[in-house]
Design a protein around this ligand. Structure first.
Ligand SMILES: NC(=O)c1ccc[n+]([C@@H]2O[C@H](COP(=O)([O-])OP(=O)(O)OC[C@H]3O[C@@H](n4cnc5c(N)ncnc54)[C@H](OP(=O)(O)O)[C@@H]3O)[C@@H](O)[C@H]2O)c1
Length: 289
């Protein structure tokens, strides 16, 4: 066996303090990877020789470059990067404050771009590596109340698909994971207007909240962690990997049906096409994606 095969593989995961990122970090450690787990909050994992916890805000470009260099120095190599850090606002395209929208795009899109660009020279030089992007089934669909989130994930999808072609000749794989709804505790920050009964969109906010509340129990995130690990290990040759029954259904409907049919079906299913029903005061709620 070559020395290379004896060396444990190493992975950097952003957004590893909770949800999919934490589950993926745990799974990777259990499977013998060395894991650099990055987030702003502390990483709730037991210290071990294979774990490198990193305090990192992905919107801080200089900190991203430093963190990637540190991981490469300490681990010697970086075989996979999982761009998972993300957040969401809740509010219509007109009402979400620009600053909140910029923060969302900075985190979900530019954060992943910065991490990826920092690691690419290393992966190109080694002629190997896997870049995994945790997108969403909303990365190919526009959802009312979540235009900024959808925009950030659409941007990620387009950027990663272009990257796929650019880095394939260097032996680097690019994979987009598109989860449906999973119960990770992921919540959206409601804009003030989304809680204001006098908003012209009050009835729509209500309909959106109700539509998702009626969805029922969402599964826990283990299948997404499993899909991340397969992608990071080079075991999944697809560019896009939909995870979860809802994501698979949306993904196939999106391409099987005509676009108008798909859009109308969604609006009917979630009640977005009948927003006149009730503009009663909205509770101070966070919508679980
Ligand atoms: N849950 C779902 O149903 C669902 C569906 C589709 C896609 N997704 C995507 O899955 C990814 C993970 O979300 P999750 O569901 O696991 O929710 P989560 O538990 O809220 O995880 C989000 C992670 O992102 C990190 N994060 C947020 N802003 C950051 C920043 N500026 N710098 C560094 N880290 C940051 C958070 O850590 P800190 O706050 O400690 O920094 C946290 O660890 C996100 O990209 C989300 O869009 C989720």
């Amino acid at each position: 066996m070559s020395d290379e095969r004896l060396t444990p593989r190493s992975m950097l995961i952003t957004g590893a303090s909770s949800g999919f990122g934490l589950l993926a970090a745990r799974l990777a450690l259990a499977r013998g990877w060395r894991v650099a787990a990055a987030a702003r909050r502390p990483i709730p994992l037991d210290p071990s020789a294979d774990l490198l916890p990193l305090g990192l805000d992905v919107t801080d470009g200089a900190a991203v470059s430093r963190a990637v260099q540190e991981v490469i120095e300490i681990f010697g190599t970086l075989d996979a990067v999982v761009n998972n850090a993300g957040m969401a606002n809740f509010g219509t395209a007109e009402e979400v404050p620009m600053e909140a929208l910029r923060r969302e795009i900075e985190t979900n899109f530019f954060g992943a771009v910065a991490v990826t660009r920092a690691v690419l020279p290393h992966m190109r030089a080694r002629h190997s590596g896997h870049l995994v992007f945790v997108s969403s089934d909303w990365g190919r669909t526009g959802i009312p109340g979540f235009s900024g989130y959808c925009a950030s994930k659409h941007a990620l999808e387009g950027w990663a698909e272009s990257l796929y072609h650019e880095v394939r000749p260097f032996g680097i794989g690019v994979i987009l994971i598109e989860p449906g709804a999973f119960d990770t505790g992921f919540t959206s920050a409601p804009a003030a207007a989304a809680l204001d009964p006098s908003s012209p969109y009050a009835a729509l906010y209500h309909a959106i909240g109700q539509g998702f509340d009626e969805e029922g129990q969402t599964p826990t995130g283990e299948p997404v962690a499993e899909a991340i690990l397969r992608a990071a290990s080079g075991e999944d040759p697809r560019l896009r990997v939909a995870v979860g029954a809802d994501a698979m259904e949306w993904s196939s409907a999106r391409f099987k049906d005509s676009e108008q049919e798909f859009i109308r079906t969604l609006a009917r299913k979630y009640g977005w096409d009948q927003p006149g029903a009730g503009s009663r005061e909205l509770k101070n709620r966070s919508t679980n994606l």
